[in-house]
Design a protein around this ligand. Sequence first.
Ligand SMILES: Nc1nc2c(ncn2[C@@H]2O[C@H](COP(=O)(O)OP(=O)(O)OP(=O)(O)O)[C@@H](O)[C@H]2O)c(=O)[nH]1
Ligand SMILES: [Mg+2]
Length: 287
Amino acid sequence: MFNFFKKGLSKTIEAMKEARGKSKISKDVLEEMLLEADVDYEIIEEIIFYLPPNEFVEKADLKRVMKTYFMYEHENFTPAKPYVELILGVNGAGKTTSVAKLANLYKKAGNSVILGACDTFRAGAVEQIKRWSQIINVPIIATAQGHDPAAVAYDTINSAVAKGLDRVLIDTAGRLQNQKNLANELEKIVRISARACEGAPHRKIIVLDATQGNNSVIQAKAFNEITKLDGIIITKLDGTPKGGALFGIARELEIPILYVGVGESMDDLIKFNPDEFVDTLVDGLFE
Ligand SMILES: Nc1nc2c(ncn2[C@@H]2O[C@H](COP(=O)(O)OP(=O)(O)OP(=O)(O)O)[C@@H](O)[C@H]2O)c(=O)[nH]1
Ligand SMILES: [Mg+2]
């Protein structure tokens, strides 16, 4: 099987190998390598502390220690029909693209999907997601720019209920006039969604741009204060050497990383598998 994490981690591995040079990996060299990959400094110290007291680092030991950071990753999926997911995040993080990628994945798995174009704020946003709905060939509910996004969410969920669809994906705006407005809008979408279907939205997923590295933890915490998050999608892992930030994200946020984006096309979304992630990273470093 093609290793998608390899595509996502190629820049991270490259940067870390550069820090290594040709030497065997001592603990000092490892520290340099992890810094290059934007692993949080406290975590670097911890990783080194938990390695056996040898001069050089063994591949198996490093994998074992690194995997502990993802020990609590598990998907909290309670089936519902329709299953409604709200996609959140700052502007440009990759929300709309991730909605399209998820719709594509769900459809391939045999589920019927509908999209809700609830970014009614940014010019062009509705057109962008409409284009995706045509490419993937899934229905979409959309209105004109400036309309109430909560009403769009309500109509989308209602439509899914009426048609007996499996999945609802709701795109949202990343930026409004200010933070308060964004918080109010998101709270309203959540509240109104529950009116259209009990328990909706079943999952609130934050989209984090991997190129932001550890800074994305702060963003996610701000969103988590507005509305409790259930999962994370990391985008643009392919475009950054900061793949090591996932350790800090996993530990600080205590919510599962569900998927990782590794490119701009609709097939470039992979389910996050912690073991595979760590194995690919460490194998790459020791190559
Ligand atoms: N390389 C790469 N690019 C990505 C990935 N995900 C998204 N992008 C690109 O990032 C840019 C922004 O993506 P959008 O999906 O429009 O982001 P958004 O969060 O919806 O942005 P706003 O609607 O402005 O808030 C686009 O050019 C995408 O093609 C990814 O995993 N890898
Ligand atoms: Mg968008």
